[in-house]
Design a protein around this ligand. Sequence first.
Ligand code: ATP
Length: 474
Amino acid sequence: MVKKDTKVKENTELMDKIISLCKRRGFVYSSSEIYGGFAAVYDYGPYGVELLNNIKNSWWKYMVQYREDVVGLDSAIFMHPKVWEASGHVSGFSDPLTECKKCHYRFRVDTVLEEFGIGADEKMSLEEIEKLFKKSLAKIKCAKCGSNEFTEIKKFNLLVSSNLGNFSGDSDKDPVYLRGETAQGIYVNYKNVLDSTRVKIPFGIAQIGKAFRNEITARQFIFRTREFEQMEMQYFTSPKEDMKEYEKLKEYRWQYYLDLGIKKENLKWHKHENLVFYAKEAYDIEYKFPFGFKELEGLHARGGYDLSQHAKFSGKDMNYLDPYTNEKYIPHIVESSAGVGRTFLALISEAYTEEKIGDEERVVLKFKPEIAPIKIAVFPLLKNKPELVEKAHGIFKNLSKLYRCEFDDNGNIGKRYRRQDEIGTPYCATIDFDTLSNNEVTIRDRDTMKQERIKIENLVEYFKLKFSGYTTGQ
Ligand code: ATP
């Protein structure tokens, strides 16, 4: 029986525990670990990939499948170099960088100011940040060696370039970038989608895909990585309706996180005060990570900037002709841009629970059942009893057509339960000697640890009820 349920409090220790659990239990590994790792790049293991897929599927259902006004897209990572000029990324997609004069540690000035409690905003100009930094030098120390002597602040472009198709050998000439965001693939296909489908404004185009950024400060595990996945929906509206649609989108996205099982008190809105010149409004949804409230998703009202820029740089007409009013205009865009990795970290942080049962401690990931990497674990009580093993394989075969299941016949049942608790499996089904005579299996619930006997022929119906009632996912 559960005697005490202690949700582990926000602290740095918690982050270490999460990182260690992620590695130990096959969620996340450092990239190229046998070669000493590769900074700010991670690989997702067998349970990690299941969780990632569940996040992406739930997002796709919520943002595309459930809506009459949104269609999907999968654009390429490589794009024409002009795209990034038009978008402003070549000239403006940069972070303020400085280097410690003593140990040469490089870091992002705005984030360090923030860490020292000095109110910097990421949208501040370089001059404003420089002024703040100089004023605050007495307080700021190098995180590595403690010195407070730093080089002049420089702008550091975040686009990652490749040598694709660059036959001149001159890497400064026409570099082909790995996309810095998925949104541009949507903007450049807006006309294609309009001409090849039945969409009419207002409508959205959604995409999930990889993006790459030369992040300066690579810390906080999978929160900030150099290769990551975004889930973006760009919504095209008339210039008169964009702010109305923006409000609707904000509300819709907030609800998504609640549906995923995140508590309201762990989410908050952050309004951007210093907007880029074309933006009408910008908010982030922040999650209370173990290291504090940080951005999970950005929601931006971008006006007509993106399509006007692409019209200008490509020479193509990006106007929309309203079939009802005959009005012609460049659509305005409101966007929702979320990170898969950050959602992953938020869900693990939310689910991580330590409980005391008698003298024993157990670690449980209390995911909402629909998002759990493994839905049902199937155990034969003993692995050296062929009748039990065969029956268990049969049950696995049936249930695995509907749910991601795991077969485990290793070790005693108590140990198998603990393992499943740590990866967040909501239900375990054990096949024992009684099963052979009465066709019943024991179903054990992850959270209450209560057990009940269910007839094999009723299992499908039983789990259908257990996994129903969620708006996102399975
Ligand atoms: P930050 O201020 O944290 O660098 P951002 O404002 O640059 O983020 P956007 O460009 O708005 O982020 O990207 C949208 C979303 O993509 C973010 O809310 C985040 O979830 C995700 N994201 C952005 N950069 C990274 C990264 N380096 N690693 C992981 N996820 C990221």
